[in-house]
Write a protein that binds this ligand. Structure first.
Ligand code: UGA
Length: 442
């Protein structure tokens, strides 16, 4: 069955959700206040790098199932199903999440709701937000109690956003068990195709749904910091964390995924989500429960410093006057996202210590230049490495895994490579005459 829906916010989450809902056959209106972004989307252009999303976007615009607007009036007139997909960034100078964009959507939309409607929140929010927004929507809407707020967290990964939206691991829906009449039925219609594919569908209360999302990201962050803590011990004892991860990963209770040691996690989600989680637990008087997340954050940040130390060691103790090549700027491969990117953070720290740093990334050049205009940028990996004293591989793009060490050896000044993502074959580089250093392995 075809549903009509509006999706508020056309960033990573919103644009992907809108395009994928249209792909499922629904009629979708994407809403944003950013006129330039909407113009690009209307022209079938995705404003960020996400494999496969542009085809889905174009196909559904052409089919007439997907449109965009700045008008909340149009959205309220068009649909009775509304998704909130705007950002919840970290507040400046605080750990807590900035909810102003989510609140603005409810405050602008609710007064226009004259018919029964369901608002599904998808943004990552501190527990308690959905209940508060529900009360606000009912108070502001002419349709009053006929307006429901439900929470339907999103678990998509950048780089796999289309697949994760069309074929999610699970669908979680938080509803108000006392007031909700329609949200579950509407969600079953919206996600009919996924439910037919036997995707687990968990209906919970609002608070649990909000917490599922934060807990999942906190667990993933903890897993990465756990293996990075093991990397520190491996470094101190000449052991190899990659072999250790393979070995413990065979235990199905542990699992090998998200056990890659390196320069740690970054991006627009894990770092800010664990901080917002700590802040919220503090407000709730449960701060002790999450003090370990502060250590997770600390371990993660220490990886960046460790990489700077390794680079310094490789050039004989001082970075002053050296030339450093940085391969990778995105926070992870198959993304052009540089928000809280460990790679760019390391590049910036090294430059501040007096080195000339040249960065290359297959997709994230434009975003990197905007964020770190003082770094030098090259148009290819080879150009970035020309004359370098050390080559740092900081994002595990396939393009870097496939570099032929012999060929790169001809352009650098000194054949030192440091593998910040443990993604290269140490033997191949050493055979080609390079000094190879990994993270948590020799
Ligand atoms: C993360 C979660 O994985 C998604 O499930 C979630 O929906 C999303 O946040 C969100 O909240 O919106 P994402 O930020 O796209 O997704 O990136 P991840 O794939 O989780 O990677 C995060 C960081 O961890 C990257 O910097 C990556 O390089 C690093 N990482 C990942 C490691 O250092 N080691 C690993 O083993 C895995």
């Amino acid at each position: 069955m075809t549903c009509k829906m509006a999706v508020f916010g056309t960033g990573y989450l919103g644009a992907t959700h809108a395009a994928c809902m249209a792909e499922l056959g629904h009629e979708v209106l994407g809403v944003d206040v950013d006129v330039d972004k909407l113009a690009r989307l209307e022209a079938g252009e995705v404003p960020f790098f996400e494999p496969g999303l542009d085809e889905v976007l174009k196909r559904n615009i052409d089919a007439g199932r997907l449109r965009f607007t700045t008008s909340y009036e149009e959205a309220a007139e068009f649909a009775d199903i509304h998704f909130i997909g705007v950002g919840t960034p970290q507040k400046k100078g605080e750990f807590a999440a900035d909810l102003s964009y989510v609140e603005a959507v409810v405050d602008s939309l609710a007064p226009l709701l004259t018919r029964p409607a369901v608002i599904f929140g998808k943004s990552t929010v501190p527990v308690g937000t959905a209940a508060r927004l529900g009360a606000r929507a009912r108070q502001l809407a002419p349709a009053g109690d006929e307006v429901e707020v439900a929470w339907n967290p999103e678990f998509l990964r950048e780089g796999f956003a289309v697949k994760d939206t069309l074929h999610p691991d699970r669908i979680v829906l938080g509803i108000d068990p006392v007031r909700s009449h329609r949200a579950e039925d509407v969600a079953r219609e919206v996600y009919a195709q996924q439910l037919q594919e036997d995707t687990p569908f968990l209906v919970t209360d609002l608070a649990t749904a909000e917490l599922v999302k934060t807990a999942a990201n906190a667990f993933l962050a903890t897993k990465i910091s756990f293996i990075n803590a093991m990397a520190e011990v491996c470094e101190a004892s000449s052991a190899d964390v990659t072999v250790l991860a393979d070995a413990i990963g065979h235990d199905a209770r542990i699992g090998r995924r998200f056990l890659n040691a390196g320069i740690g996690f970054g991006g627009g989600c894990l770092p800010k989500d664990i901080r917002a989680f700590m802040a919220r637990a503090g407000e709730l008087g449960a701060d002790q429960a999450l003090t370990f997340l502060r250590e997770v954050d600390n371990i993660n940040m220490r990886r960046r410093t460790r990489m700077v130390e390794l680079a310094k060691d490789a050039v004989g103790g001082s970075l002053l006057g050296t030339r450093i090549a940085v391969l990778g700027a995105a926070f992870k491969p198959d993304s052009d996202d540089v928000r809280d990117s460990p790679a760019l953070n390391v590049a910036g720290q090294i430059q501040l210590q007096g080195a000339a740093v040249t960065v290359y990334d297959p997709q994230a050049m434009k975003n990197s230049m905007a964020l770190f205009p003082t770094l030098s940028y090259a148009s290819s990996a080879v150009e970035a490495c020309r004359g370098a004293d050390v080559v740092l591989v900081l994002t595990e793009w396939n393009e870097f895994r496939q570099i032929v060490p012999q060929a790169l050896g001809n352009v650098v000044r000194n054949k030192h490579v440091i593998d910040g993502r443990n993604c290269l074959d140490p033997a191949a580089w050493r055979t080609a005459g390079w000094t190879y250093r990994g993270m948590g392995r020799l």
